[in-house]
Design a protein around this ligand. Structure first.
Ligand SMILES: [Zn+2]
Length: 399
């Protein structure tokens, strides 16, 4: 899907042979960075196009989606020139209006370029909606290399989150038989390894963007976001929900270290001797009260989506089965934790090298909010992660 395109000549050739009229969507920054160059090339070849330049601080919200829709028509092909928000707007509209969609990334800043969903902010709440996967992604290496450092840090943060996402996938495979595609798992893992090793080397940005795009392609192969998203993304989403507006990948990167800590703590538990947890029960009324407090805007939906899961946690035969499974597979579980512990040192060093502080306070995130996110992030999605395991055992509150 990704085409490295030194001077956008491949993009122009591609556009030229399509019957649809290209609709270039840029913002004030990305227009300067490369939108103008693409526009000039289309002009030189007398290729008809439309262009819309959105403001610098564009968010993928109702206002901007609506604005773009005012100008887009059924004979268009969407060409997004930008990173997160612009790509999300373009791919959502392409899906809604059944248009072809081409992406021209301007920074290796997030994992969603190849994705089939868009993260939109609707009524101030981040919402994931179905969207169009790009037909092609045309990236100019010079532009990607010269992207602002903060965007590279965000992309790197999003990428290291794959280590914990893959760990959660394995954990779910071991404990609840969720299917694990080994080939996809290994491919994602290898892409992370290569990128982490390339830090401060000339091909870092290239490998980073390739790995981020790959995560989207691998999601499409397995039909869910397991290869790319686990507890670290849920914690990041909760932080978003608390109103932290820093880049998605920064939040994911910070959360990744907390998830690694949770895995590390597993090593202190004697998983062979956990029968004491059999008696644990969640007080449902108290739980509902907590959800109302910690999800004030959407507590009804969160309760509805999680109530059956909570009841299952309280079911004796379910508890017996899962506890037996944990005991039986304890060595496999310890191995996941040990592997992450090994990685921790390496990715900490890598973060230092690119100036990514793993201390949330340096990014203006309060430690107490991280604590809250760890307690409540698991209710954002019904997906088995390390957070679910801790909640099941009744020890999530200890963090
Ligand atoms: Zn992500």
């Amino acid at each position: 899907m990704l085409v490295w395109d030194k001077d956008y000549s491949k993009l122009i050739s591609y556009i030229k042979i399509q019957k649809e009229k290209p609709f270039l969507l840029a913002d004030e920054n990305t227009y300067e960075v490369c939108g103008k160059e693409i526009e000039n090339k289309l002009k030189e070849l007398n290729i008809n196009y439309d262009l819309l330049i959105l403001p610098r601080d564009t968010h993928a919200n109702e206002k901007h989606i609506c604005k773009v829709m005012l100008y887009v028509d059924h004979h268009h092909m969407m060409v997004s020139i930008g990173a997160g928000s612009l790509t999300d707007i373009a791919r959502f509209i392409a899906y809604k209006m059944k248009l072809k969609f081409i992406s021209v990334p301007t920074a290796p800043s997030m994992d969603g370029y190849a994705s089939s969903v868009a993260a939109l902010t609707i009524e101030d709440i981040k919402t994931t909606v179905i969207a169009k996967t790009p037909k092609k992604i045309f990236a100019n290496l010079e532009i990607i290399k010269n992207a602002p450092d903060i965007l590279k840090r965000a992309g790197f943060g999003d990428l290291i989150g794959k280590y914990t996402a893959l760990s959660d996938w394995k954990l779910a495979n071991i404990l609840i038989d969720e299917p694990l595609n080994e080939k996809v798992y290994n491919e994602m893992y290898k892409a992370c390894e290569n990128t982490v090793k390339s830090i401060n080397k000339p091909d870092f940005e290239k490998l980073l963007l390739e790995a981020l795009i790959k995560s989207g392609e691998l999601m499409a192969i397995v039909g869910n976001s397991r290869p790319a998203s686990g507890a670290e993304h849920h914690i990041a989403h909760y932080l978003e929900f608390l109103g932290y507006e820093i880049f998605h990948g920064i939040k994911v990167g910070i959360s990744t270290f907390y998830v690694i800590d949770l895995y590390e703590k597993l090593l202190e538990l004697n998983l062979d001797n956990i029968d004491e947890y059999l008696a644990y029960r969640i007080d449902i009324d108290q739980w509902k009260g907590e959800i109302k407090t910690h999800f004030p805007k959407n507590s009804e939906r969160i309760i509805k989506e999680n109530i059956e899961r909570i009841k299952k946690f309280n079911d004796l035969s379910f508890r017996k089965d899962l506890i037996e499974r944990i005991k039986l597979n304890r060595h496999k579980i310890y191995a996941i934790a040990e592997n992450l512990l090994d990685k921790k040192e390496e990715i900490t060093k890598a973060c230092n090298k690119i100036g990514f502080s793993t201390n949330p306070e340096d990014w203006g995130i309060k430690k107490e909010d991280i604590k809250k996110a760890i307690q409540y992030a698991l209710y954002i999605r019904d997906r088995f992660t390390i957070l679910t395991l801790y909640q099941f055992l009744g020890i999530l509150k200890n963090f």
